[in-house]
Design a binder for this molecule. Structure first.
Ligand SMILES: Nc1ncnc2c1ncn2[C@@H]1O[C@H](COP(=O)(O)OP(=O)(O)O)[C@@H](O)[C@H]1O
Ligand SMILES: [Mg+2]
Length: 388
């Protein structure tokens, strides 16, 4: 068994966003101290971390300092350079490992890996060289061109209607490596957050059903409204991914469910996931507590759901009366909090911007119908569309 890192020890975190903030809170609840390394000094995690190192992720002096101070380190930022994790791993325990993160960071490597696991992905073509434009299957259109690296929240993606539009779209992406993916009719999107320890123990959270708007997660409903067979296949697929990656930590697998019931792996996030934020309020052990437990070589916690939940993301859009004005107003939090079961989480970001994730509200209730009623009420107060 791997040696337990006792509470009171320091844990290191690469990245200072909201996922890091919630990791810090979970770590502190278990008595750990967290040192954040992030290029920005005023990120959501730094505000609650016990200490921070303001430096670039590739700054070797800063990484050495982090490793010297911490017994183990993890990342909350999907696009942290894998080289930073490799470097850190020479000095302290690091999870997830650089190899897993490198695969999840690159849509081309990710699709190859998922396919090698025997799991289905959307029909796609890899676009890396000019010659790749000549061999595209016309049945792939309409399609979406996605940059292989550094995309998130729908960024780095472009719709492509027909084969003659691919070149212009790829040029607009500065000809970086891409995947061209068939645009599918989705019956549903679901995700599974899975956890795996260094010793190979696993746990998974119930399926979340996710609604994206404009490429950004808008709502998650848990448990997902899927049949038992789909749920079982998704759980098995998520565990297969975790095991085949030899993954250590918390990861999320996003799926597409098609009309004929087919289940396709969309992408893998090598970290806790937005669709798992509900676990803070509606699970015995949250996804962030699991991340701490894995890092400290503690046993995994209970992933049981204690309440039905609907999560609504709070985007910066809510601070603007309409997208064309720059006048900022504060959403009516008092009215949100007056709704029974509404749990508000704000990330303390200093500036609201359109499309920026500022917080989330999890609506919990004893059953799914009531959780949805409460989420509808929150949506009304905030002026956003109800979850579907
Ligand atoms: N091939 C596709 N067909 C239909 N919708 C898609 C497809 N690819 C992406 N989308 C939509 O866009 C969202 C974001 O795409 P995704 O590839 O997950 O990128 P990101 O890294 O930005 O989350 C998806 O959750 C889904 O709603
Ligand atoms: Mg996604």
């Amino acid at each position: 068994m791997s040696q337990v890192i006792p509470p009171g020890s320091w844990l290191g975190l690469l990245g200072g966003g909201q996922l890091g903030r919630m990791f810090c809170m979970a770590a502190q609840s278990l008595g750990y101290k967290v040192c954040v390394l992030d290029p920005n000094s005023d990120g959501p995690a730094a505000a609650v971390a016990d200490d921070q190192i303001v430096a670039d992720y590739t700054d070797e002096r800063a990484l050495t300092e982090l490793a010297r101070r911490c017994r183990a380190a993890t990342t909350e930022f999907e696009n942290v350079p894998a080289t930073a994790l490799t470097f850190l791993a020479r000095h302290c325990n690091v999870s997830p490992e650089a190899e897993s993160v490198a695969i999840a960071q690159d849509r081309i490597a990710e699709k190859r890996f998922v396919t090698a696991c025997g799991l289905a992905v959307a029909p796609h073509a890899v676009i890396e060289h000019d010659a790749d434009l000549e061999t595209i299957d016309p049945n792939i259109f309409p399609a979406i061109l996605k940059s292989a690296r550094l995309g998130y929240d729908g960024k780095g993606q472009q719709a492509v209607a027909a084969v003659e539009d691919v070149r212009a779209a790829w040029n607009a992406m500065r000809s970086v490596p891409c995947v061209l993916e068939k645009k599918l009719e989705l019956r549903q999107e679901v995700s599974v957050v899975a956890c795996r320890t260094r010793d190979g123990a696993t746990a998974i959270f119930p399926l979340a059903e996710n609604e994206h708007r404009g490429g950004i997660l808008a709502t998650s409903t848990i448990p997902a409204r899927v049949d038992a067979d789909t749920a079982q296949r998704a759980r098995e697929a998520a565990l297969t991914v975790a095991q085949r990656l030899n993954y250590v930590g918390v990861l999320c697998v996003e799926f597409f469910v098609l009309d004929d019931g087919a289940l396709l792996v969309n992408e893998i996030a090598p970290r806790p996931h937005n669709s798992g934020h509900y676990t803070i309020d509606a699970s015995v052990c949250s996804q962030f507590e699991q991340q701490v437990r894995v890092l400290a070589n503690l046993p995994l916690g209970d992933t049981s759901q204690t309440m039905a939940a609907v999560m609504l993301n709070v985007l910066g859009d809510l601070w603007f009366a309409d997208a064309r004005t720059s006048t900022v107003r504060e959403p009516d939090w008092a009215s949100v909090l007056a709704i029974p079961g509404a749990k508000l989480h704000l990330y303390g970001k200093s500036e609201a911007r359109i499309g920026r994730k500022m917080g989330h509200v999890t609506c919990v209730a004893s059953n799914s119908i009531e959780a949805k009623v409460r989420a509808d009420a929150v949506a009304r107060v905030l002026g956003i569309r109800s979850p579907g």
